[in-house]
Design a protein around this ligand. Structure first.
Ligand code: 13P
Length: 257
């Protein structure tokens, strides 16, 4: 099995305005320099991407810049949307697709999420494709079916070469922002099934499925990060609430080292 470098993302969601966003980016850049051991991305809201990117660059940080969403069309009459090329233009490295809040609050479909994933890869960006079941699906015993379906739809048409720039984030919806975390064993079981799907469910073959990083997301905190990241198929995390505080996020990054 190839060694997978852990990858931890901070998804700031619709939080932090200018001063707080810049201060947090600066603090992370000053306090965390182990990007040789763990890949790190922070994802501010759109208006702050450029300034957070500049802050990271000025500090000489290896922390990557991520966007929480973008549209799949290249340009044109799509009022209110932002294209992948625009993100690339301002120095964005990574884009999230399929986050549960976009699926379930904004009502994005698997077809749209797939189009966004393909467009991001086409534009040369890295993608973190988020998947995960809702509580009623879990209680109905459908966790793996939901994950498989979201993977199959989300990654349809992605080539073997492009898979080098794809990370999967497994974020059970019931664990996001609720303080309820999947147990490390439950999370590992879901990750194992996701990896088997990546290895055997696509034409690109087993070796690629082995290399893909699978992050866990949902109420990851300094106190539970180490045990979660210690599971065989958990290759880091996608962090919401705890990524808004430098102390907590740095502790989580250190747990991934
Ligand atoms: P929380 O860490 O706040 O549960 O959020 C997880 C998440 O949605 C990251 O994308």
């Amino acid at each position: 099995m190839p060694a997978r470098k852990p990858f931890v993302g901070g998804n700031w969601k619709m939080n932090l305005h200018t001063d707080d966003a810049v201060a947090l980016a600066k603090s992370l850049a000053d306090r965390f320099d182990a990007t040789d051991k763990v890949d790190v991305v922070i994802c501010p809201a759109f208006p702050y991407l450029a300034m957070v990117g500049k802050t990271l660059k000025d500090a000489g940080s290896g922390i990557k810049l991520g966007a929480q969403d973008a549209y799949f069309q290249a340009d044109g009459a799509f009022t209110g949307e932002v294209s992948m090329a625009m993100l690339k233009d301002i120095g964005v490295d990574v884009v999230l697709t399929g986050h549960s809040e976009r699926r379930h609050v904004i009502n994005e479909t698997d077809v749209l999420i797939n189009a966004k994933t393909l467009a991001a890869l086409e534009a040369g960006l890295e993608v973190i494709l988020c998947i995960g079941e809702k509580i009623e699906q879990r209680e109905a015993g459908q966790t793996h079916q939901i994950n498989m379906a979201q993977l199959e739809y989300g990654l349809a048409g992605v080539t073997a070469e492009q898979m080098d720039r794809v990370t999967i984030a497994y974020e059970p919806v019931w664990a996001i922002g609720t303080g309820k975390t999947a147990t490390p064993a439950d999370a590992q079981e879901a990750h194992d099934r996701i990896r088997r799907c990546l290895k055997f469910g696509f034409e690109w073959g087993e070796a690629i499925g082995d290399k893909v990083r699978i992050q866990y997301g949902g109420s990851v905190k300094p106190g539970n990060a180490k045990e979660l990241f210690g599971q065989a198929d958990i290759d880091g995390g996608l962090i919401g609430g705890a990524s808004l505080k430098a102390d907590d996020f740095v502790a989580i990054l250190e747990a991934a080292c």
